[in-house]
Design a protein around this ligand. Structure first.
Ligand code: AMP
Ligand code: MG
Length: 334
């Protein structure tokens, strides 16, 4: 895997050109975004897209998000954009919002969208990645650059851990500043419906278009966002959440019974606990930035268990808790 470093701002033009040459000839290049790193390939090159599914170990019915750099890129493969969806794009792009739209039949291979007549699109907030998409002259698929089921990559080294010699190159930037995947909304109805929560919240959508809703996954037989039904964000160690009254006591009890435990805690709680392996966060923004990296760091250290303190579910906390609960498969220590 070629390491094309642009984090210091030097040689970024040469790096972008090298990366685009690889993608234009059907290769795979991981790219940085504000959410997590993505595995980039030409959305119109079916063999490359198939290889993305294969190396991730991703189920064929779990569609990929297509990344664009300019609104006009959508004309090639999107059939219809409602006025309110355009308003959201104007408000949040480039940024952490993926929108599911009706796709033009026959535009690209069904492999990209898992056979769906829709396609999720996003314009990521990273200058180098936008320049890369423009240089490729094609939209790029960009699923999170991790093996399916593992924690998503927020740093280039995480991509190396999962794919070292299985992809051609990585465009290396600083750590992702959001740290959890984009908000996915269904853009085909009369108002946005959130299929996967992210840093763009329900209230932020309502501020722009008035009405917005969260998908109630309880009453849909086939989830509208197929990816949400699979196990996700799970490190090798077993993850537990800690919540409610007496968190410090609960953790102390857990530590007494479980050796080799990593703790992911607010600094406030961490002050009250003595343990060898603790990663702390000061607020929800920091917690989201650090969460996946912490899971990977604890795995590297060979822990058997990871205990994460829950965050308040307001704002970004709702999306982070969605990821934390999936990591822990909803298990709480008592
Ligand atoms: P990732 O590539 O890991 O960021 O995951 C992408 C998420 O977007 C998955 O949960 C997918 O199921 C969802 N997604 C992508 N395309 C569509 C689509 N056309 N309709 C509904 N959900 C989608
Ligand atoms: Mg993913």
């Amino acid at each position: 895997m070629k390491w094309l470093d642009i984090s210091q701002g030097e040689n970024s033009q040469a790096a972008i050109e090298a990366a685009s040459a690889i993608i234009r000839t059907g290769g795979i290049v991981a790219f940085p975004t504000e959410t997590v790193y993505g595995l980039g390939a030409d959305a119109f090159c079916e063999p490359a897209v198939r290889r993305v599914f294969e190396i991730k170990g991703r189920k064929a019915d779990n569609p990929l998000i297509v990344h664009v750099a300019d609104m006009k890129d959508l004309d090639r493969f999107v059939e219809e954009i409602k006025p309110w969806a355009r308003q959201l794009m104007a408000a949040f792009w480039p940024g952490t919002l993926s929108i599911v739209l009706k796709r033009k039949p026959g535009s690209f291979s069904d492999v990209v969208t898992g056979g769906l007549g829709s396609v999720a699109v996003r314009m990521p907030d990273n200058k180098a990645t936008l320049a890369l998409i423009r240089a490729c002259k094609t939209p790029l698929v960009g699923p999170s650059a991790n093996l399916s089921g593992s924690p998503s990559p927020t740093k280039a080294v995480h991509v190396k851990q999962d794919f070292d010699d299985r992809i051609e190159a990585i465009l290396v930037d600083d750590a992702a500043y959001i740290g959890i995947e984009s908000t996915v909304v269904d853009g085909r109805g009369d108002f946005p419906v959130i299929l996967r929560p992210g840093a763009i919240t329900l209230d932020m959508l309502r501020d722009v278009v008035g009405q917005a809703a969260l998908q109630d996954s309880a009453d849909v037989e086939v989830p509208r966002s197929p990816g949400m039904k699979y196990a996700h964000y799970q490190p090798k160690a077993r993850v537990w959440l800690v919540d409610g009254d007496g968190k410090a006591e609960k953790i102390r009890r857990f530590l007494a019974e479980n050796e080799h435990t990593g703790l992911f805690l607010s600094s406030e709680l961490a002050h009250r606990i003595e343990a060898p392996m603790v990663i702390t966060y000061d607020d929800t923004i920091k917690a989201a930035q650090l969460f996946y990296a912490a899971l990977r760091e604890f795995d590297e250290a060979g822990v058997a268990a990871i205990v994460c303190e829950v965050v308040d579910e307001s704002g970004l906390g709702y999306a982070l808790m969605n990821r934390m609960k999936k990591s822990a498969d909803n298990h709480y220590i008592q």
